[in-house]
Ligand binder design. Sequence first.
Ligand SMILES: NC(=O)c1ccc[n+]([C@@H]2O[C@H](COP(=O)([O-])OP(=O)(O)OC[C@H]3O[C@@H](n4cnc5c(N)ncnc54)[C@H](O)[C@@H]3O)[C@@H](O)[C@H]2O)c1
Length: 297
Amino acid sequence: MLPIDLKGKRALVAGVADDGGFGFAISKALAEAGASVCVGTWPPAMNIFENLLERGKMDQSMMLARGGKMSFEKVYPLDATFDALEDAPTEIRENKRYRERGDFSISGLADRLKADFGESSLDILVHSLANGPEVRKPLLETSRKGYLEAMSASSYSALSLIQRLGPLMRPHGSFVSLTYMASERVIPGYGGGMSSAKAALESDTRTIAFEAGRKWGLRVNTISAGPYASRAASAIGFIDTMIKYSKANSPLARELEAHDVGNAAAFLCSPLAQAITGTTLYVDNGYHSMGMSVLDQ
Ligand SMILES: NC(=O)c1ccc[n+]([C@@H]2O[C@H](COP(=O)([O-])OP(=O)(O)OC[C@H]3O[C@@H](n4cnc5c(N)ncnc54)[C@H](O)[C@@H]3O)[C@@H](O)[C@H]2O)c1
């Protein structure tokens, strides 16, 4: 057997607030492979997430194939649009969903990890979050503010996570983010600068793979996932059409499952992928390779 063995590794997955998205599926796959998993959760979603966990509403999805239930080693508050607490405006810091949470910035997350586990404590870092307040607006109608917010939440946040958590990574560490094909082909309706943010994320994957590879030996990859009806994707407004279209027009005529992405991420984070860095890996049933839609369904 050629196993994905992550025993003794610690992961931080940023962007988990329920069991319905890629962040959860990646956490689960990493746990199946033996890693301990901490998550970073957006403060506005944290109460609901904690309730789901406490009331056992996620118990079924947390059952491991080898028996027993996975658990999160820590759930940290994280608003990835802030590098330091001082950067958050007063109305955010005083907002009831934020004020009890302590330092929810990326530096705050680094400090908490250091306090909880020490200086060299992390092997796997996953960025599974995105936000574009004007995602339903065409790019042509997107405001500067909306565009920059999409870039800040969806691509600079990945860079900032690597900058601040990179020093905590143990040798042979791995970073994985999630991107979408709208970075390179037109997906009408995926607006608000989100396509631009994904293009930046993919470009940064290559540059940071070089810089962080030389600095910390860190591998940096991104997964270009096909459409999947997570909470965030449902906010775009036409995810069901995207899924239907993708199934009808992909080499593999099936719907993407979250664990397809989870398993690919676990592989990328494992020693089996030790020579893979700076790459965009398509996990989309092959849709990216098509040059024409399939007619006469
Ligand atoms: N679902 C799809 O069809 C699809 C396809 C390709 C790529 N992706 C990408 O996958 C990643 C995960 O998304 P998902 O679809 O699994 O949805 P999701 O709703 O499970 O995950 C998005 C998470 O981002 C969090 N978040 C939003 N703003 C944040 C912030 N400022 N700070 C910290 N967390 C924040 C949300 O609370 C949520 O937990 C995203 O990068 C998304 O663009 C999704």
